[in-house]
Design a protein around this ligand. Structure first.
Ligand code: SAH
Length: 357
């Protein structure tokens, strides 16, 4: 809001126009369609800013009410998002980067590396667009947010923090930080930084294995950050924010779900103020990793519970419309290539191609 006020004054308008502009944007309106803005102001804004930073180009509707979206950014890049409907409200999953450079072997977002970071505005725009579609009267369309779409949020730190401040600001759509979960593959330095921001979001860490060597087989980032250091960063997060943290653990047959892994998880996590979220692997066709069967998944869950951990097996919703973490986008880009179009925007730079090893 401060930036908007400064901008408005610098463009020769009265300060209250900033609030009018931001109110319109927060209702999901384009600059060109916000009612009541002076024409000269509107034109100056349109000369400097995108009128439509994220446009939904395709929606997939699941039988359980889940909606998955493909968004086109102003430069032609494609990202994806999901809205999941629960009794307590609607949770939107947002992307933070086009692609990802972390290189996790089970994840489709990272297949072509990172193309670019999203701006804070592009991340917010995903929420404003979807919120406007579902809001009814004074009732919000989006009540909860998870940063679990494509990208590693802490690899785009400044934009993600700015987004978190804007989406939780009272002048905006005011979604409490407590209703927002940020998921990271464990960039330890940035986990410490986040703890200092005064933004008590729920911290979720993708663990997916119990030893550094085994974790590195599917998550190259494990070569840089050790599990012990991740756990210390979680403890610090809890001390600074008072928030319990969550570990994600995707069950991959033959990789991370033997009895031994359950015992090791228990030794690592028992007594900590944390929860374990077991996830069924969503098989990515470009990779050879297989999901654990349902029966064994419940067995693994039982072992963790017996060992004293708080754990759940994540309910699979929207599975009839496919896609997790980059699969919708990968499928769309493939279709476009087969049709002879080029949907992809700029090619990744050398940096974008690297995985963090
Ligand atoms: N970059 C962030 C957000 C990733 S998405 C992170 O690494 O945490 C949220 C979760 O889904 C992560 O735990 C991620 O490891 C997991 N995930 C990604 N692809 C998956 C797949 N195909 N099947 C199951 N889980 C997957």
């Amino acid at each position: 809001m401060e930036e908007a006020e400064q901008l408005t004054l610098s463009l020769g308008e009265k300060k209250f126009r900033a609030k009018q502009l931001m109110d319109g944007l927060c209702k999901g309106k384009r600059i060109s369609l916000i009612p009541g803005l002076p024409q000269a102001f509107r034109e100056k804004l349109l000369a400097r800013f995108e009128d439509c930073p994220t446009e939904i180009i395709k929606t997939y509707y699941g039988a359980d009410g889940t909606e998955k979206y493909l968004f086109r950014l102003a430069d032609g890049n494609i990202i994806e998002g999901v809205l999941m409907k629960y009794k307590y409200g609607n949770t939107q999953c947002v992307s933070t980067q086009v692609g990802c450079r972390m290189g996790c072997k089970f994840c489709a977002s990272t297949l072509n590396g990172r193309i670019r970071d999203l701006t804070a505005g592009e991340i917010l725009s995903q929420v404003l667009t979807v919120n406007a579609l579902h809001a009814q009267g004074r009732q919000r369309g989006v009540t909860n947010i998870v940063l679990m779409g494509s990208g590693e949020p802490l690899d785009n730190y400044d934009n993600v923090v700015k987004f978190l401040r804007n989406v939780s600001a009272e002048w905006g759509i005011n979604i409490s930080a407590r209703n927002i979960s940020l998921s990271t593959c464990g960039l330890v330095d940035k986990m410490y930084a986040l703890a200092e921001e005064g933004l008590p979001v729920n911290l979720t860490v993708s663990l997916h294995n119990t030893t550094d060597a085994e974790r590195a087989r599917t998550m190259p980032v494990a070569n840089k950050y050790k599990i012990a250091d991740i756990l210390d960063a979680c403890t610090n997060y809890f001390e600074k924010t008072g928030r319990r943290y969550i570990f994600e653990y995707s069950l991959i047959e033959g990789e991370n779900c033997d009895n031994r892994h359950a015992q090791e998880l228990i030794s690592l996590l028992k007594g900590r103020p944390c929860h374990v979220n077991l996830i069924r692997l969503n098989e990515v066709k470009e990779r050879h990793l297989r999901a654990l069967g349902d029966k064994q998944a419940y067995r693994f869950l039982g072992l963790l519970e017996k060992g004293g951990l708080s754990a759940t097996l994540r309910r699979q919703i929207g599975s009839d419309i496919g896609g997790a973490c980059g699969q919708l986008r990968a499928g769309y880009l493939e279709e476009e290539r087969e049709d002879g179009h080029c949907a992809e925007g700029p090619k990744p730079d050398a940096h974008g191609q690297q995985s963090e090893t």
